[in-house]
Design a protein around this ligand. Structure first.
Ligand code: GLN
Length: 380
């Protein structure tokens, strides 16, 4: 009756685990989303823009006030000069931006290099374009990029390399040296970069986020993807943006205009306003989440898990090699039911699955939730 375009793809693990957590009344540290309220200033601005009647389509590429605020912010944070008219498009979240960038540039037979464990939308997006996902494995526990292997994997068919820093699910960050190596590797090629930087402000221990936008040669060939959901605790608003040089963004918008056309107008105006008036909301995010990470880890001290503190993102990996030999998918399910804490099995982020005996836990939760979860995990 129907020939699937994605025969090997099931329901995303985030939906599966959140549903299981709900069914069993477990503490949900699986799918990544905060349980904190939306900043009051953002909510007030949204209500005001609705009240003032900004309830019809925004400009296809995004409200210009928001695009200007984005340009101001990347100039301030990454020293990057972008033209708000031509180089930025507001999207319905990071995942849409990723899909759109791939759909706009990957042709049938093109190869796209990406690193596993990887966010689960990358490979299906490549496959839907007739592209060939080329997975390069990052080894637990360091998850460092094996650059020689990347170099060896590039061919004349390589159209794109997808990077993700801070990295979901491992919680590692790319260094300036990594970025320079990548820059050298793609010099004199036609390889595009898709840089997934949705956790840009969640970087710990004084490290600096090494955005592709900081490296002019990389920025000149990159789609860089950001998310308002992660920065402003509103993942349910599904808003983000993509930055790329004009020639790339022109192609991106050809797809964007027929995929979503434009996104929520009053919310765009609200984000534009608070980006300008409340910079503390993102400036204070590293400390805010570092405290959460440290609290979660402190309360796990009496547990049998092995813990390497996350360097970025709001995820912490916990190794269970001292506890059981069970595969992580079965274990995540069993512990959701029996222990009452839901997590994400990391093996699902590999293709084919690699067993590494680690589970991913989201610590974007209020202190009492983290303490209650840690208490349960300590009993294992
Ligand atoms: N990025 C989030 C995570 O990794 C979830 C995104 C989603 O559920 N689509 O948990």
């Amino acid at each position: 009756m129907i020939t699937s375009k994605l025969p090997a793809t099931g329901t995303t693990i985030f939906t599966v685990m959140s549903a299981l957590a709900k069914e069993h009344g477990a503490i949900n540290l699986s799918q990544g989303f905060p349980d904190f309220p939306c900043p009051p200033a953002l909510q007030a601005a949204l209500e005001r823009y609705i009240e003032e009647g900004f309830n019809q389509y925004a400009h296809m590429a995004g409200a210009i006030s928001l695009r200007q605020a984005i340009a101001n912010k990347v100039a301030l944070t990454y020293g990057a000069t972008i033209n708000p008219e031509t180089d930025v498009t507001v999207t319905a979240g990071g995942t849409q931006a990723i899909f759109t960038a791939i759909a706009a540039t990957v042709h049938t037979g093109d190869e796209v290099i990406y690193f596993t464990p990887a966010y689960d939308s990358y490979a299906p997006a490549i496959l839907l374009q007739g592209g060939k996902p080329i997975a390069i494995e990052l080894q637990h526990p360091s998850y460092q990029i094996p650059w020689q292997q990347v170099k060896d994997a590039t061919t004349p068919r390589t159209r794109m390399i997808i990077i993700n820093t801070p990295h979901n699910p491992s919680g590692t960050v790319m260094t300036a040296a990594d970025m320079r190596t990548l820059q050298d590797l793609v010099r004199d090629t036609n390889i595009l970069i898709l840089s997934d930087e949705v956790y840009e402000h969640i970087v710990f221990d004084g490290a600096r986020h090494e955005s592709a936008l900081r490296f002019p040669e990389l920025a000149a060939r990159s789609f860089v993807v950001y998310s308002f959901g992660k920065t402003y605790h509103v993942t349910g608003w599904k808003m983000g943006y993509c930055i790329a040089p004009e020639a790339l963004m022109r192609e991106f918008r050809k797809v964007h205009q027929y995929l979503v056309f434009s996104v929520n107008h009053p919310a765009q105006l609200a984000f534009g306003e608070i980006m300008e008036t409340q910079p503390k909301l993102w400036q204070e995010l590293p400390q805010f989440y570092q405290r959460k990470r440290d609290l979660f880890i402190k309360h796990l001290q009496g547990s049998r898990f092995t813990i390497r503190p996350s360097q970025g993102t709001y995820f912490q990996l916990l190794g269970y090699e001292n506890i059981t030999d069970e595969p992580d998918t079965a274990l995540a399910e069993r512990w959701t039911k029996e222990i009452g804490v839901a997590s994400i099995p990391v093996s699902v982020f590999y293709d084919p699955a690699v067993q590494s005996k680690v589970l991913r836990f989201c610590f974007a939760k209020s202190d009492d939730v983290l303490e209650a979860a840690a208490e349960k995990l300590c009993k294992i």
